[in-house]
Ligand binder design. Sequence first.
Ligand SMILES: [Zn+2]
Length: 211
Amino acid sequence: METSTSHLILHSGGLRSIIATAELLQHTHQSKIAFLFINDGRPSTEQRLNKLKKQADYFHIEHIHVINVPHLYPLGKQTPQETYANLLHSQLLSLASLQAIELNANFLIWPALADNQTQAVAKITQQTLILSETLSLGQESDHDLEIQTPLLTLTDAQAIELGAHLDIDWTLAWTCSSVLTTPCKQCPPCKRRARAFRQAHVVDSLVLTPA
Ligand SMILES: [Zn+2]
């Protein structure tokens, strides 16, 4: 049986990653899927990697790849936020693409979610296109890598609805940017997560889990 990776998911251990994984598993066998975690040095790295491993166990994903670039996030703290976000996306996506090519994967899954904000959607689409074109220049003609953004057209609430439909265990997804062992409920990612669940009328089992 052919068991090489065809789909590499750029995986953060978070909500978007778990929804994209569950969705992909609807039509792709788990032996074809691998997770890629990029340790960019952000404070919540340990929590996110921990959840990624739990998701891998849960979905029977055998292959986890980790790239360590811990200088990336701290470096960005010295740059204006929007410039940095663009730069970080490009860097992460480039690293992920190189890893995908090395694995001979056909698809790189980037579970970006822009909550229906037109500008953000356009920016992410543009970044994906530029990278795809750059890669096709450098690639052998017998191997194509396609970058897919399966959640990009969804709102945050629609993504949660999709996850609920796929019966996702939300306790496996980390979102908080703090270094606490339970979500702080105060940071911008925690607030965005709470809003998405509220709008989707879905209960977030992670936040209900006692400390
Ligand atoms: Zn938080």
